[in-house]
Design a protein around this ligand. Structure first.
Ligand code: AMP
Length: 491
């Protein structure tokens, strides 16, 4: 059984992008383009499954979309009028071909391909029960549980079997699935992960983010609602509700802060604008009157820095230049490589930094590796003062719902207070946006502490979906960690 404590040895967890097309002879090509636009959601592996009316054709590979699907020959092997695709990022080790999605199974009701963004919190428990009854699992990803639950369902139609499975899983999921002449999209009951519906010509599109609609010239129709299932066939789009409409959906607030692309819209809001708003709130909450320049940590800190600069009136400059041919530092598998990665990725624009008081704006501090390096880099480039402003509250708790974060005990803010973190990073001052400031930035008056409007578990430890596998203590998770989470949830 895999360990499920969050961290570098976590083999069960994916950050992902999903995409689906129904009703186009170019389904696979459109899906490849969609996956290109969603590349930031997962860079370790990708795959497409297309349905040509008789066969399911698939291709899955480790690596970027560009290296797997940019050749016409790859697309030619994936004929069909419907297709689904997946970008995957699992933390390390268990990055093998068996885990690359879409997964496929030959069920009694026919072929079924599935792509999942999110993370299930009772997958180990379900898996163990299924294995005891004879299920033979092929992969180690939690997504496979859906297929085994569908396989033992007594319902006839694939979407009814899927509904049976949905009623047994817990966690966060946006799913796109392909059955015989049918594309299916589902969002989990609280709508933690995003999923949008679009159209290009006669073809219907499902995508994790709207930026993937733009790349293929598709128009946005609407977001799939929390707890909603859409079934797309030649007859059109049928919506159903396997789960009652939630009174309090809990969309992931970290999509706004970091994960989504800034040119996407989520819940009908521009992600870029939300990030600028966070920067503006931060400028009001944590001004830095002595500063000469606002400098973003590129790329994720850019929109918040613009908001900070516009509100404070302090000039914005690109004081750090990013090498775009290096991936996200965070995805490097070992600490050693991660450190090298930061050096490869960023360089000080010393002509603008020398002799200046600088406000550095970044979206978040996780382990603190980036902040330490960047502050040091600013000082080496001759900055007089370096002030850090962070466009998220302190990241104190692991995410169990589909954002890759190290285990709680490796999070800098779990172990240290703001003043200590400031000292550790070497900055002259450090401020994070407050929780209410963050909620104001995304359009709320304040956080409703009784029924929060978003999932913000990474900041508060209040997990809206039970962490069943942990509570069953079958995972080797640290007990103090567990107890602390349980206490917070029961408050
Ligand atoms: P660290 O160096 O560990 O403190 O990581 C902080 C940097 O990682 C920030 O600059 C963020 O832009 C980025 N980051 C935050 N969360 C994630 C995530 N889940 N996946 C990848 N990168 C992240």
């Amino acid at each position: 059984m895999e360990q499920m404590e969050r961290g570098a040895d976590d083999k069960f967890h994916d950050e992902c992008g999903v995409f689906g097309v129904f009703g186009s002879p170019d389904s696979s090509a459109l899906t490849a383009l969609g996956l290109h636009a969603l590349q930031h959601r997962g860079q370790e592996a990708c795959g497409i499954v297309a349905f040509d009316g008789t066969h399911f054709n698939s291709r899955r590979a480790l690596g970027l979309v560009d290296s797997t699907f940019s050749h016409a020959s790859a697309i030619a092997q994936l004929p069909g009028h419907a297709a689904i695709g997946h970008n995957r990022y699992a933390t390390t080790g268990d990055t093998n071909v068996r885990n690359i999605q879409p997964l496929f199974a030959d069920l009694a009701c026919g072929g079924f391909a599935l792509a999942h963004n999110g993370n299930l919190t009772n997958a180990h428990t379900l898996r163990q029960a299924l294995v005891e009854k004879g299920s033979l699992f092929q992969a180690t990803t939690d997504t496979e549980v859906f297929l085994h639950l569908m396989a033992v369902s007594r319902k006839a139609a694939p979407c009814d079997r899927l509904v049976d499975a949905l009623h047994q899983v817990q966690g966060a999921y946006s799913l796109v699935a392909l059955a015989d002449n049918m594309l299916i999209g589902v969002r989990d009951p609280l709508g933690i992960r995003p999923l949008s519906l679009g159209k290009v010509g006669e073809a219907v599109i499902l995508t994790s983010e709207t930026c993937a609609l733009d790349i293929i010239g598709a128009e946005f129709i609407r977001d799939i609602e929390p707890g909603e299932m859409v079934v797309i066939t030649e007859e059109g789009i049928a919506s159903s509700r396997p789960f009652e409409k939630p009174r309090n959906p809990r969309f992931c607030i970290f999509e706004y802060i970091y994960f989504a692309r800034p040119d996407s819209f989520m819940e009908n809001r521009s992600v870029y604008e939300m990030r600028k708003n966070i920067g503006a709130e931060l400028a009001r909450e944590a001004p830095c009157p002595s500063a000469d320049l606002v400098v973003p940590v590129p790329d994720s800190g850019v929109p918040a820095s613009i908001g900070y600069a516009q509100t404070s009136g302090i000039p914005f400059e690109l004081g750090i230049i990013r090498n775009h041919y290096v991936g996200r530092t965070f995805i490097e598998p070992t600490d050693h490589i991660r450190h090298l990665g930061v050096k490869l990725k960023h360089n000080a624009n010393s002509a603008y930094i020398k002799g200046k008081n600088v406000v550095l704006v970044d979206d978040s501090i996780v382990r603190g590796t980036t902040s330490r390096k960047i502050v040091d880099m600013m000082r080496s480039a001759g900055a007089k003062e370096v002030h850090m402003r962070i466009a998220a509250p302190p990241t104190k708790y692991s995410c169990f719902y589909g954002i890759d974060t190290p285990k709680t005990t490796d999070l800098l803010a779990h172990n240290y207070g703001v003043d200590e973190i400031c000292k550790l990073t070497g900055a002259d001052s450090l401020s994070y946006i407050s929780m209410d400031g963050l909620y104001r930035a995304v359009g709320e008056i304040r956080r409703n502490n009784d029924i929060p409007q978003y999932c913000d578990a990474c900041f508060t430890g209040e997990y809206p979906v039970p962490l069943t596998d942990f509570e069953n203590n079958r995972t080797g998770a640290n007990v103090t960690d567990l107890r602390e989470r349980q206490e917070r949830r029961s408050r």
